[in-house]
Design a protein around this ligand. Structure first.
Ligand code: FE
Length: 133
């Protein structure tokens, strides 16, 4: 996958992503549970940011959390994921975004499996799986 140039305006982001991905990545939306492309995906490969192409998660750290969203117990490189306190919707959560493009990915929770004990709960629409061939 080649490096993508970064959109400069929201109009350019909308054109690149289309309405559904734009709503999630740029407007911090959430796809409905059990509807995304990857929640039940078991293919090997690298999950890249759907906004900018940055490699974020590996299939080796993906597990079935039962939540209806793709779940990972670790990122490929923690510095590529930014964390933000999120108190929207009457909950106290930690939002995760792509450190490179700022796209909203999902949230991280302290209830994941070992060895990390964390659960990155990520929207399928925020990801592009590069399958290992
Ligand atoms: Fe990105």
């Amino acid at each position: 996958m080649e490096e993508k140039t970064m959109p400069q305006t929201e109009a350019e982001w909308l054109e690149r992503l289309g309405p559904e991905r734009y709503r999630i990545l740029r407007e911090k939306g959430t796809e409905r549970a059990f509807t995304g492309e990857y929640y039940d995906c078991h293919a090997d490969g690298v999950y890249r940011c759907a906004g900018c192409g940055e490699p974020l998660f590996g299939s080796g750290a993906k597990y079935d959390s039962g939540s209806g969203w793709p779940s990972f117990y670790e990122a490929l490189d923690k510095t590529k994921i930014a964390e933000h306190e999120d108190e929207s919707h009457g909950m106290r959560r930690v939002e995760v975004t792509c450190a490179k493009c700022g796209g909203h990915l999902g949230h991280v929770f302290p209830d994941g499996p070992q060895p990390t004990g964390v659960r990155y709960c990520i929207n399928s629409a925020s990801l592009d799986l590069e399958r290992k061939s």
